[in-house]
Design a protein. Structure first.
Length: 91
């Protein structure tokens, strides 16, 4: 256990940041699952809207430092590739 005041404060700050970061990551994972469900349903319009929401959330989370910016870019790229393949099949 931390003994100094600064170490105790750091423990409190870490716990608070951990809670916020986990919530952000959980929100992204939930949105990605919803996007995958929409893709499986074959609705291009709804999937496109979900993708825009995911891209915004990933960028915002990366800007806050919860995710690395290249991790966010990689996730967006992979999801966009899946969306584009669905669009190609539909047209």
């Amino acid at each position: 256990m931390a003994h100094s005041l600064s170490a105790k404060k750091r423990v409190r700050q870490d716990a608070k940041r951990n809670k916020i970061n986990r919530a952000r990551k959980s929100r992204i994972k939930t949105t990605i699952k919803q996007f995958e469900t929409t893709l499986a349903g074959g609705d291009v319009q709804a999937a496109d809207e979900k993708y825009k929401l995911i891209a915004a959330r990933l960028d915002k989370t990366a800007a806050a430092g919860t995710l690395h910016k290249k991790t966010a870019a990689r996730k967006k790229s992979r999801l966009a590739r899946r969306l584009n393949s669905l669009k190609a099949k539909k047209s």
